[in-house]
Design a protein. Structure first.
Ligand SMILES: Cc1cc2nc3c(=O)[nH]c(=O)nc-3n(C[C@H](O)[C@H](O)[C@H](O)COP(=O)(O)OP(=O)(O)OC[C@H]3O[C@@H](n4cnc5c(N)ncnc54)[C@H](O)[C@@H]3O)c2cc1C
Length: 435
């Protein structure tokens, strides 16, 4: 038994970790070590890839490329392949993954199981939209090949299916043409939420990537202060900038207390805001640090100290976006908690691929919170706002949403249940689905 944490590092329960390394023997491994959950690169924040006291099937050893058609941009690979390795293979050949989350260090299986989104959801949708086929290994020995045109019901259940329909062993992905490593970017400051929404919709026609950083400490409705932030937009370019080399650092130790706290939050946000406001004009920058700003500091999650942290990511529909986002930000500012990197982004009008996919048209807000006793009250308030607005929370980031909120906000849950593999369960599935 070994301790395993998720990205939020809230705890490190013991698990029997079974390394899957041979795609032809996954069925045997599941039969020999039943009742587990697949665990990819462990980049989900909460308890969806954990099974305390039980079995984890770790997939990072399923890391082989199987076939690559460089004329058509079709890649077949094992499910434990890390997205960055696909980019390293594909980009020099003129291709790219169409959808990349804010970290490249997730696996293909994890990206499918959460149907992840990137900063370009308005143009490219979610990861699942670009999966042509996948192979699912069930714990009863059955192997199911499915895709949008092949057993589509299994495909819809597995994309965004939280690892609960089986272990994804391999997948075929359609890549998109890439113009190279560089992006043309612009940073545009805004001083209230309405300005963010206006800027965001104006930007979406011409910019592939649109996302905003907000200063969660800036909102104070009693003093008439709205939220300020920086809208970051970027698009592919043929231009190149000065030579760029990836630099990776690792946080050397876990500090005894969270470095993100009421003392550090305001000065950091003020500094980030003023630096961003000076960075005006269009610039050419390397794509990786723009798209994955946190990947260069390995184990940055230790910044939050030994008690770990929560992320709260919601989406609310367009009709409620202004009022609900304002209410949430007011509640967060009043609590004095919040994160250095609070993110606001609109989702486009795209039909979801998975029965349980998180994205829906509207706006998504994501913030990290150090783990303090004040959080349950704040989260209960935020939950109420999200629910009243017709929104929902993202399971990839969740470690605490009440079951009742999940049931009320994921309307396809009943349709999803029959596809569950009875030999698979996680801490999250027991918390949110009852088994
Ligand atoms: C810094 C950072 C930024 C992020 N930004 C974004 C973002 O912009 N957009 C976004 O959508 N997400 C984002 N995420 C979340 C992340 O993309 C997802 O949690 C993703 O699922 C992590 O993949 P993983 O390989 O680490 O999976 P894990 O965390 O190990 O597992 C996640 C889920 O996938 C399942 N799973 C994993 N492999 C398989 C498999 N082979 N078969 C079946 N099920 C499997 C697990 O059972 C679990 O339910 C971010 C995470 C971090 C740490």
């Amino acid at each position: 038994m070994r301790p395993v944490s998720s990205w939020g590092r809230l705890d490190a329960p013991l698990h029997e970790v079974i390394e899957l390394t041979d795609r032809d023997r996954v069925a045997d491994a599941l039969a020999q070590h039943p009742s587990g959950i697949a665990h990819g690169a462990g980049r989900s924040y909460g308890d969806q890839a954990l099974n305390p006291g039980g079995v984890l099937w770790r997939t990072t050893g399923l890391d082989r490329f199987i076939a690559f058609d460089s004329a058509a941009g079709r890649l077949v690979c094992e499910a434990g392949v890390v997205l960055r390795d696909i980019q390293r293979l594909a980009m020099p050949r003129g291709w790219s993954l169409p959808v990349l989350p804010g970290t490249q260090l997730a696996t293909v299986g994890g990206a499918i199981a959460n149907d992840v989104h990137g900063k370009n959801h308005h143009t490219t949708g979610t990861f699942g939209e670009h999966v042509r086929r996948l192979r699912l290994q069930r714990t009863d020995g059955e192997s199911i090949d499915c895709g949008p045109d092949l057993r589509p019901d299994w495909f819809a259940a597995t994309v965004g299916g939280l690892g609960l329909t089986g272990v994804i062993v391999e997948a075929e992905l359609q890549l998109c043409p890439s113009r190279g490593l560089w992006l043309e970017t612009e940073t545009v400051p805004f001083d209230d939420l309405a300005a963010f929404f206006k800027l965001s919709s104006e930007s979406e026609a011409a910019w592939e990537h649109v996302v905003a950083w907000i200063d969660c400490t800036s909102m104070d409705s009693k003093r008439g202060r709205d939220v300020r932030g920086l809208l970051l937009r970027a698009r592919p370019t043929d231009a190149t900038g000065p030579a760029w080399h990836e630099r990776r650092r690792r946080l050397p130790l876990t500090p005894p207390l969270s470095l993100v706290n009421t003392l550090s939050l305001r000065p950091f946000n003020a500094l980030y805001s003023s630096l961003g406001r000076r960075r005006t004009g269009v610039r050419v920058v390397p794509g990786e640090p723009f798209l994955f700003p946190l990947d260069s500091l390995l184990e940055w999650n230790r910044l939050y100290g030994p008690r770990g942290f929560y992320q709260y990511q919601s989406v609310v529909p367009p009709t409620a976006r202004l009022d609900a986002t304002r209410e949430m930000l007011e509640a967060i500012a009043a609590s004095g908690e919040g994160s250095f990197l609070a993110v606001l982004k609109t989702f486009g009008e795209r039909p979801p691929v998975g029965l349980m996919s998180f994205p829906q048209p509207g706006v998504t807000l994501a913030l990290d919170f150090r783990n303090t006793p004040a959080l349950p009250a704040l989260f209960a308030r935020l939950d109420a706002i999200v629910r009243a607005a017709g929104g929902r929370l993202y399971p990839a980031k969740d470690a605490r949403m009440p079951r009742e909120l999940f049931e009320a906000t994921y309307p396809n849950l009943a349709a999803f249940r029959p596809f569950r593999d009875p030999g698979i369960s996680s801490a999250m599935s027991r918390r949110l689905l009852g088994s």
